[in-house]
Design a binder for this molecule. Structure first.
Ligand code: ZN
Length: 395
C-alpha cells in the first residue's frame, strides 16, 4: 500500500477504474460459476439443501450477499444480456437483485412467469440508477398493483436479538399484518381469554405455537402415542378390557376415524408408482404429484371405523412416517459420500424411498429415508435421469 503514496492523482484514479472493471468481471465469473454449480446440482451433492445455503456455509457469504448473488444469477439465466450491463456498470449486483426479487414476488402472486418484454422493460428502466432510486421505482410499480403491494408489505419482517434476560436471549420481531389476520388473532384472544395467558401478543404467540406443535410435531405426537400405549398396556395387564381399539392403531390398522387424520405433519413423500415392465424403464406419474401432503386422506375410506384400510401403493401409514422422522432426528439425512457432510435441513422435508416404488420398493422403515426437497429431487434425478425428471424440474 505504501507504493500507492507515490502515485499521481490521475494514476490513482485510473488504477481504481481498472480495478472496478476487474471486480465486475470477477462478479460475472462468480455468477457464471454459481449457475454451473446449480445446473449440476453440485450444491445438493455436496450436502447443501439449496444454492443459497451453499453460498452461506460453503463460500462464506453473509445471507444478504448470498441472496443478491443467487438472485442475480437467476436474472442472468433468463436474460443473458444482463451480463454486459453488469460489466459496463449500467446495472449493479444490488439493482439486478432488487429487480429479480420484485419479479419473483410478482410471479408468486400471479402464479405464472413475467413475460420477457416486461422483464426487459423493468431492467431497462433501472439502468444507471442507484439502489435507493431502484427501490423507489419498484415501490411505484408495486403500488400500481394492489395485490402485489399488499403481498410485499406483508413480506417485510425482521427478527433481531435485543438482549439477554436471565440467560435467555430476547428477540424483537417486526411484521406487517393485514386487518384480516389481526381480526383472527383478536378472535383467538377472545376465545382463549379464560387461560389468562393470551392477553398480550407474546402470550398469544406462545399459546398458538403450543396448539400447533401439539398437532403437527411428529416428536410430540409420537411421545403422546407412547404414553397412551404405555397406559393401555398397563390397563391390559390389570385386566381392563376394551381399550385396545382406542389405542394407536398399527400401520395396517389405521382407521379413517382415528386421530391419524387430525395431524398435519408437513412432511411429504416422493413415490413414483409407474409400472416397471421387464426390460423397460419405469414411467413417471404426471408432474405436480411429486409431493403428497400428509394432510391428504388415504385413498379409500372404510365403511366401518374398525375396518383396516386398504392403502394405495403411494400411501405410507403415518406411524411409519413418524418413525422415519424420528429415525432421522427430524432433518434431512443426506450425507455427501466424499466429505461426510450431512445436510441436516429441517424444512420442506419429504419421505424418499431408497428403492423407488417403481422398482418394487416398499414402505418398510429400512426402505424409507427423510430428505429435504432438494435431496429428494437429487435422488429422483439419479434414479430416473434428468431427462425424465424434466417436467418436475421445470415446475
Ligand atoms: Zn437435504
Amino acid at each position: 500500500m505504501n507504493s500507492l503514496k507515490n502515485l499521481s492523482d490521475q494514476k490513482l484514479v485510473e488504477n481504481l477504474h481498472g480495478l472496478i472493471t476487474e471486480e465486475r468481471q470477477v462478479l460475472i465469473q462468480i455468477l457464471g460459476h454459481l449457475a454451473e454449480i446449480c445446473r449440476r446440482r453440485l450444491h445438493s451433492k455436496l450436502g447443501y439443501s439449496s444454492l443459497f445455503t451453499f453460498c452461506v456455509k460453503e463460500l462464506g457469504y453473509t445471507e444478504s450477499q448470498a441472496q443478491r448473488r443467487v438472485l442475480a444469477m437467476r436474472a442472468i439465466q433468463v436474460m443473458p444480456e444482463l451480463e454486459t450491463k453488469l460489466s459496463t456498470g449500467k446495472l449493479t449486483l444490488a439493482t439486478v437483485s432488487l429487480v429479480q426479487s420484485h419479479l419473483n414476488e410478482r410471479e408468486k402472486i400471479q402464479d405464472s412467469k413475467v413475460n420477457l418484454s416486461d422483464r426487459t422493460k423493468l431492467f431497462a428502466d433501472v439502468e444507471n440508477k442507484s439502489k435507493r432510486e431502484v427501490e423507489g421505482y419498484l415501490a411505484t410499480q408495486a403500488a400500481a398493483n394492489p395485490i402485489l403491494a399488499r403481498h410485499l408489505t406483508q413480506q417485510k419482517e425482521s427478527i433481531r436479538q435485543i438482549g439477554v434476560i436471565d440467560g435467555e436471549a430476547l428477540f424483537e420481531l417486526k411484521i406487517n399484518i393485514s386487518k384480516r389476520l389481526l381480526d383472527k388473532l383478536r378472535r383467538i384472544q377472545d376465545l382463549s381469554s379464560h387461560t389468562g395467558k393470551t392477553e398480550k401478543l407474546t402470550g398469544l404467540l406462545d399459546y398458538l405455537t403450543e396448539v400447533v406443535l401439539e398437532k403437527i410435531d411428529p416428536a410430540r405426537i409420537s411421545q403422546r402415542i407412547s404414553v397412551k400405549n404405555l397406559k393401555r398396556n398397563k390397563q391390559c395387564e390389570q385386566g381392563t378390557q376394551g381399550l385396545a381399539q382406542k389405542s394407536e392403531p398399527s400401520a395396517e390398522q389405521i382407521t379413517a376415524h382415528g386421530a391419524e387424520q387430525k395431524s398435519a405433519l408437513e412432511i411429504s413423500l416422493r413415490t413414483f408408482p409407474g409400472k416397471l415392465s421387464e426390460g423397460k424403464t419405469p414411467t413417471l406419474p404426471p408432474p405436480l404429484k411429486l409431493r403428497q401432503s400428509l394432510l391428504q386422506k388415504p385413498p379409500h375410506s372404510p365403511k366401518s371405523p374398525t375396518q383396516p384400510l386398504q392403502f394405495g401403493r403411494r400411501h405410507i401409514p403415518k406411524p411409519i412416517q413418524r418413525e422415519v422422522f424420528q429415525k432421522s432426528e427430524g432433518c434431512c439425512g443426506y450425507t455427501d459420500p466424499n466429505s461426510g457432510k450431512r445436510c441436516g435441513e429441517t424444512r420442506y422435508l419429504e419421505i424418499d424411498h431408497k428403492t423407488p416404488v417403481a422398482f418394487g420398493g416398499d414402505h418398510s422403515i429400512d426402505n424409507l429415508q427423510l430428505r429435504c426437497r432438494s435431496h429428494n429431487l437429487l435422488a429422483a434425478i439419479q434414479v430416473f435421469g434428468p431427462e425424465k425428471m424434466g417436467n418436475y424440474l421445470r415446475k
